[in-house]
Structure formats: structure tokens, C-alpha cells
Design a binder for this molecule. Structure first.
Ligand code: ZN
Length: 257
């Protein structure tokens, strides 16, 4: 027997065994974790949001960990405004809450986000006052203002599931938020693919007003969702229904077109 040949076949057998170990080991064979980054600007009052909006939203997304999601928080004062190119590249969904600091976001970072959505298929979820954020305005291409105005009078909000078949609405029934800030129609946006949630405000004097609350679009390869509730003086991101629908929204937005 040629000693070299026999040594080679022993090595080959070893290699086959190693491949079998690798592919049969669940931890090694598991798919890449999906990644959601929850960004907020750090201006929410500490008595309502001790860990800012991003902390409360990230806490509500914890059920996604069992579905293979990594949940990361980021803020404006982080390096590269919390959205470095290297981070965006491996991010499947970016959630954005801003209010006072929209103007601080550099156009370079806005471009990175928009490109990552349109070309890379990253999902983008804008919350409440982020309707005026630079990334959402750039993605939708409209002014994104609520032309009827903004009134923080503690109105009650009845959330109405309008598109019952939409993935973001799964497991959600109509529900109420005891207090909200009223954003009044019309809303300057392109026609959405779906109005997932409608809403009705009950003003302090008992009068009623309708306003849409949840919108879905596809922009390039990416999916975009805007959710209207979320004023920083009300604990809306601790609400169980809001947390559940945001989990759904992350799963939906994480699928590129
Ligand atoms: Zn607000």
C-alpha cells in the first residue's frame, strides 16, 4: 500500500467528518441574526421615559429575540450620530423617534439611511414626531406635515384596525390610548399602500375627530411604516398593544421588496 495515499484518504475522511459536525450543529448552522436599531434623539422627559424613547421601544421588542432578532439602541450623541455606515450595512430595520433635533442630522447620514432603504432593502419605521424627520421626508418625497395642526390636550385615542389582513395588524384588535397628542389631517404624504390603523380622537369636551394612525409604503427595495402615536409626555411606548404592533412592524419591515 502506498503510505502517502492512505494518509491522504485518512485526511479526506477527517474532512468529511468535520463538515458533518459543522452542518449538524444547530448553533453553527443557524442563520445570521436579524438586527433592529432603535434610534431616538435623547430629549424625552426622564419622568416618563427614564431610558428615553429608544429604551422603552427596545424593551417592548424583547419578544423578537426568540425569533432571531438582535435589538440595539442608538442615539444622536453616539459616534456618527448613532447611524455609522458600518452599522447601517448590517441593520435590517431602523426605528426613528425625533422631535427637537431633526435639524442636527447631517445630510450625509440622511443619504446613508435613504440609500440603505432604497437599494439595500432596510426597513424604516418612523414614530410620532419623526413625521418631520429628514430621513422620512427624504424617503417619501413630500413635506410630511399634518396640515390641520398639533394639539396636546390629552385627548383619548381610539385605535381602529383598518387593514385587518396586514401583517402589522395580526393579533391586534381595536384598542384605546387614554391620552395622546392630536395630529390633525390632512397629512402631506404620498398615497400609502395601506392605512393599517385608523383613529378617532375623543377631545376633552367630548367631541370627536378622525385621524389616520398607521401607514405603510414600499420605497425602492425597502419597507416604510409611520406610526402616529408616541408623544413624549405620555407613556405610549409602554402600552402592550403598541409594543405588540411594533414587533409586527419590525418583522414586516425586515422583509425587503
Ligand atoms: Zn408630540
Amino acid at each position: 500500500m502506498n503510505p502517502l495515499l492512505s494518509r491522504r484518504s485518512v485526511l479526506a475522511a477527517g474532512a468529511v467528518a468535520a463538515v458533518e459536525v459543522l452542518t449538524s450543529h444547530p448553533a453553527l448552522a443557524a442563520p445570521r441574526k436579524r438586527r433592529v436599531v432603535v434610534w431616538s434623539e435623547g430629549t424625552a422627559p426622564k419622568n416618563v421615559y427614564p431610558h428615553d424613547i429608544n429604551g422603552a421601544v427596545a424593551e417592548g421588542l424583547k419578544p423578537l429575540k426568540d425569533k432571531g432578532w438582535e435589538i440595539v439602541t442608538a442615539t444622536l450623541t453616539d459616534p456618527e450620530q448613532g447611524v455609522p455606515a458600518a452599522s447601517l450595512k448590517k441593520t435590517d430595520v431602523l426605528i426613528w423617534w425625533g422631535h427637537m433635533r431633526h435639524g442636527n442630522i447631517t445630510n450625509e447620514h440622511v443619504k446613508l439611511i435613504v440609500d440603505r432603504v432604497k437599494k439595500g432593502g432596510m426597513g424604516f419605521i418612523a414614530l410620532h414626531s419623526a413625521h418631520f424627520s429628514k430621513p422620512l421626508k427624504a424617503l417619501l418625497g413630500t413635506n410630511c406635515g399634518w396640515k390641520g395642526g398639533y394639539v396636546e390636550d390629552g385627548s383619548k385615542l381610539n385605535m381602529i384596525v383598518k387593514d385587518k389582513n396586514h401583517p402589522i395588524a395580526q393579533g391586534i384588535s381595536d384598542f384605546s390610548l387614554p391620552h395622546t397628542e392630536r395630529y390633525t389631517e390632512p397629512f402631506e404624504i404620498p398615497e400609502p399602500e395601506s392605512v393599517v390603523f385608523d383613529g378617532q380622537y375623543i377631545r376633552p369636551d367630548g367631541s370627536k375627530e378622525s385621524s389616520r394612525q398607521g401607514f405603510a409604503w414600499t420605497v425602492g427595495k425597502g419597507r416604510v411604516f409611520y406610526f402616529q402615536p408616541g408623544h413624549e409626555t405620555y407613556p405610549i411606548f409602554f402600552d402592550a398593544n403598541v409594543r405588540k404592533l411594533l414587533c409586527n412592524a419590525v418583522e414586516w419591515a425586515g422583509k425587503s421588496a
